[in-house]
Write a protein that binds this ligand. Structure first.
Ligand code: ADP
Ligand code: MG
Length: 245
């Protein structure tokens, strides 16, 4: 049986009186790529943010590698954060640090790696995202697509168990989207576990093992890309897919 990398159990989240996630349950198997799609405001980002405790759920549980991330000490929390690599729409690189500086900082602070160890790891990860020659560059000298690939390399350098992507290509000029999606497809091919919020339906269709459609804080439908895109069962899914075509 395949190992479960991430398990979300009956997760609910309210902001004040507004319930934005309502009894969400979802499992992601090791090496699986799950794409989360749905209209703006449906709760996709909040769900992802709960997975590394950038948001506190109102109720429910989240397990990573079988361990509940909502129990334990502050030290456990720091360790757990490192195990989920998060990549956002905006790249969140430190502008005053070089690419190498961006890639080594968290390795040294969160994992206590030595400078040489962190730099060696950073070089490996830069190679993975096709940016070996940019180690000395500053973020402002890079295209948006290159910055996002640096952000991916930075997350990978921490050896996460799962990568969480929140619309990683939405801020990019159309001609730069492909390079980032290609890196993500590569990661998938290498066996990385990934939960990806995306509007790139082509990517979801081609690369995902499973597609989950969310609307108004609930999972409406999930299945293989062929099932969800080719023969959606629910009216809300059909309407959404029609709108974005
Ligand atoms: P999506 O990523 O699918 O667009 P979000 O998870 O960002 O959706 O938002 C879901 C709902 O939660 C929206 O109605 C949004 O306005 C609300 N929301 C998100 N974050 C907060 C917050 N910090 N405080 C209050 N409401 C929030
Ligand atoms: Mg969002």
């Amino acid at each position: 049986m395949t190992r479960t990398a991430l398990e979300i159990v009956s997760l609910s989240k309210s902001f004040g009186k507004t319930e934005v996630l309502c009894d969400i349950s979802l499992k992601v198997a090791a090496s699986e790529l799950v794409c989360l799609i749905g209209p703006s405001g449906s709760g996709k980002s909040t769900l992802l943010r709960c997975c590394n405790r950038l948001e506190e759920p109102s109720s429910g549980d989240i397990l990573i590698g079988g361990r509940n991330i909502h129990h334990g000490t502050a030290r456990d929390l720091r360790r757990m954060r490192v195990r989920t690599g998060m990549v956002f729409q905006g790249f969140h690189l430190y502008p005053h640090l070089s690419v190498m500086g961006n890639l080594t900082l968290a390795q040294r602070k969160a994992l206590g790696r030595s400078r040489s160890e962190a730099e060696a790891k950073a070089r490996l990860m830069l190679e993975k995202v096709g940016l070996s020659e940019k180690a000395a560059a500053y973020p402002s000298e890079l295209s948006g697509g290159q910055q996002q690939r640096v952000a991916i390399a930075r997350a990978l350098a921490l050896d996460p168990d799962i990568m969480l992507f929140d619309e990683p290509t939405s801020a990019l000029d159309p001609e730069l989207v492909g390079s980032v999606l290609a890196v993500m497809a590569d990661l998938k091919a290498q066996g990385m576990t990934m939960l990806v919020v995306t509007h790139e339906m082509g990517f979801a269709r081609e690369a995902a093992d499973r597609v989950v459609f969310m609307d108004a804080g609930v999972i409406v439908e999930e299945g293989t890309p062929d099932a969800v895109f080719g023969a959606p069962k629910m009216k809300r899914t059909q309407d959404f897919l029609q709108r974005i075509d």
